[in-house]
Ligand binder design. Structure first.
Ligand code: 13P
Length: 252
């Protein structure tokens, strides 16, 4: 089974609208001739429609970093899946560890968000990952099992056509500490088997599993060479178009 590699940039709370458009246009130009890789960037909500417009018709797709699970209502400060979809985004990152850590997201809220994304045709990028103390306590697989199983609870495989998983060990995010190839290999194989158990081999074979956590131009090739790594979710190194293009061009 060949899965098209998926390279995504999570811009977190960086860049004004002007800066986001500038980087997006640079990426659009640099990726004009690229094929065989899906590219996505996730700017802030505020920049989302501007960036989506700037890259429309190009090889660059756009995603949100979060969403609220209700379609509309008196929920001050929140943004819904239909609003995100209407802005031109096609993906939604859901359950990022920074959301879980700083904004109280749980596997239950993640599940509601995946439902909201799927219902309006946004592809969910479900983020999972253990903390350093959980890894040290040998709880990594239990944690991942729960995050995935509870995250997709109640979904049939037909409703989750394009599910993307992103394994981001919390201890490797923004720390410069990448997981070793053996650690990534072990976890990604585990996740592929877990999806097989929850759904089917066919479904698991087409589900893309990304790695995230200090991915850089100089380590992406080694990570992408791991059989069950189907792409990367990149934070810091995606903020600069030159650096991100070197990750997108991981084959070179
Ligand atoms: P860094 O690449 O900066 O470690 O961030 C990873 C991440 O959190 C992407 O979602």
């Amino acid at each position: 089974m060949t899965r098209t590699p998926f390279i995504a940039g999570n811009w977190k709370m960086y860049k004004t609208g002007t800066q986001a458009v500038e980087t997006a246009v640079a990426l659009k130009d640099m990726t004009a001739e690229i094929s065989g890789v899906d590219i996505m960037i996730a700017p802030t909500f505020l920049s989302l429609p501007l960036v989506a417009q700037a890259v429309a018709g190009s090889n660059v797709r756009v995603g949100a970093q979060n969403l609220y699970h209700k379609n509309e209502g008196a929920f001050t400060g929140e943004v819904s899946a239909p609003m995100i979809k209407d802005s031109g985004a096609e993906y939604a990152i859901i359950g990022h560890s920074e959301r879980r850590q700083y904004f109280g997201e749980t596997d239950a809220s993640v599940n509601l968000k995946i439902r909201a994304a799927a219902d309006c045709g946004l592809t969910p990028v479900l983020c999972i990952g253990e903390t350093e103390s959980q890894r040290d306590a040998e709880k990594t697989f239990n944690i991942l099992d729960k995050q995935v199983s509870d995250g997709v609870k109640g979904f049939g495989s037909d409703e989750l056509n394009d599910l993307i998983l992103a394994y981001e060990p919390v201890w490797a995010i923004g720390t410069g500490k990448t997981a070793t190839a053996d650690q990534v290999d072990e976890v990604h194989q585990y996740l592929r088997n877990l999806i097989t158990r929850l759904y089917s081999k066919d479904f698991a074979d087409k589900t893309r599993i990304l790695y995230g956590g200090s991915v850089k131009p100089d380590n992406v090739k080694e990570l992408m060479a791991i059989e069950d790594v189907d792409g990367a979710l990149v934070g810091g190194a995606s903020l600069n178009a030159e650096s991100f293009i070197n990750i997108i061009n991981f084959r070179n």
